[in-house]
Design a protein around this ligand. Structure first.
Ligand code: F6P
Length: 341
């Protein structure tokens, strides 16, 4: 079989482990030819292909980024994009396509599947907000990086008696903020799931600094917003693909906190450091499991599904059930973050 493979959307650590698993299992076990498309859906539209053999995936397991390249590009969003993508798949005699991506890439995958192409998706996003799977590739690494950063910021916060704001990624859901906030012992965690009240933050910080501490760590997800009817006005600034302008909420909070409390405040925007470098063991394992499950599904003739981890099991979910939904942080996890302030 000729099986296409692409990585789309923002990169994450662990993509190469997934590519490696697809190629090793696909070529070695099933005898398929794996055809890589460069730069996500853009490569499918442009016919930009590279054969992927076992030689190409040597030593890539611990590496970050994606050897296929990636792009924020949705074929159905540009004129003739979908037709061009379908034409390339036909010209390359692709019998099934494995798409590794987040919500945008998987949404495009379900559109291509609706046009009759056999498609299997693999979820990746450091934001961890793909619906239906307990975890997506890249999340574990991002949480480790954010937790280490918070640990480091703790010591300088304490030395200078400062409020330190740490802005992490997470547009729609605050998975990185909540989990790294718990793991790093943040005093306040602000996530998109629970719009915040700046008045409450002011009272909390003043009380804490009066009563028992001279410093505080505030972890804020880039997609966090003030609650309606509360005294802070702020509008999320987004780019062309809905990506949030890094640093905007962190800087805005710094000004508000300094004005309201008089405490010396600094912002650290972790930004793309959360997506760079080597994947954790957990991400390598998840990516390897998803890669094997995806190529096995293709081999079995299964289509229009996404690999997902639920508990200990890797399962296949209908793509249509997943596309367009967001997995939010559940209440119990938000409660833990609040309880440990
Ligand atoms: O989609 C994941 C994500 O990491 C978001 O949290 C963030 O808003 C976005 O990517 C940043 O995208 P870009 O790399 O295109 O600036």
């Amino acid at each position: 079989m000729r099986v296409g493979l692409l990585t789309g959307g923002g990169d994450v650590p662990g993509l190469n482990a997934a590519i490696r698993a697809v190629v090793k299992r696909g070529e070695g076990e099933h005898g398929h030819s794996i055809i890589g498309f460069r730069n996500g859906w853009k490569g499918v539209v442009d016919g930009d292909v590279m054969p992927l053999t076992r030689r190409d995936i040597r030593n890539v397991l611990p590496t970050g980024g994606t050897l296929l390249g990636t792009a924020r590009y949705h074929p159905h969003a540009s004129d003739g994009g979908l037709d061009a993508a379908l034409a390339t798949l036909e010209a390359e005699r692709i019998e099934a396509l494995i798409c590794i991506g987040g919500d945008g890439t998987l949404n495009a995958a379900s559109k291509v599947a609706a046009a009759g192409v056999k498609v299997v998706g693999i979820p990746k996003t450091i934001d961890n907000d793909v619906w239906g799977t307990d975890a997506s590739i890249g999340f574990d690494t991002a949480v480790s990086i954010a937790t280490e950063a918070i640990d480091r910021i703790h010591t300088t916060a304490e030395s200078h008696n400062r409020v330190m704001i740490v802005e992490v990624m997470g547009r729609h859901a605050g998975w990185i903020a909540v989990t790294s906030g718990i793991a790093g012992g943040a005093e306040l965690v602000l996530a998109p799931e629970e719009p915040f009240d700046i008045g409450r933050i002011e009272r909390f910080l003043k009380h804490r600094h009066r009563a028992h501490a001279s410093f505080s760590i505030v972890v804020v997800a880039e997609g966090a917003v003030p609650a309606e009817g509360t005294p802070m006005h702020y509008e999320t600034q987004v780019g062309k693909f809905g990506e949030i302008v890094a640093g905007a909420i962190g800087e805005r909070l710094k000004v508000e906190i300094e004005q309201r409390t008089g405490f010396d405040t600094r912002v650290t925007v972790l930004g793309h450091t959360q997506r760079g470098g080597i994947p954790t063991a957990a991400d390598r394992i998840l990516a390897s499991r998803f890669g094997v499950a995806a190529i096995d599904a293709v081999t079995a003739g299964t289509s229009n599904v996404m690999t997902a981890i639920q508990g200990e099991q890797v399962v296949l979910l209908p793509l249509d059930e997943v596309a367009g939904k967001v997995k939010f942080v559940p209440q119990d996890l938000l409660t833990v973050a609040r309880a440990l302030a």
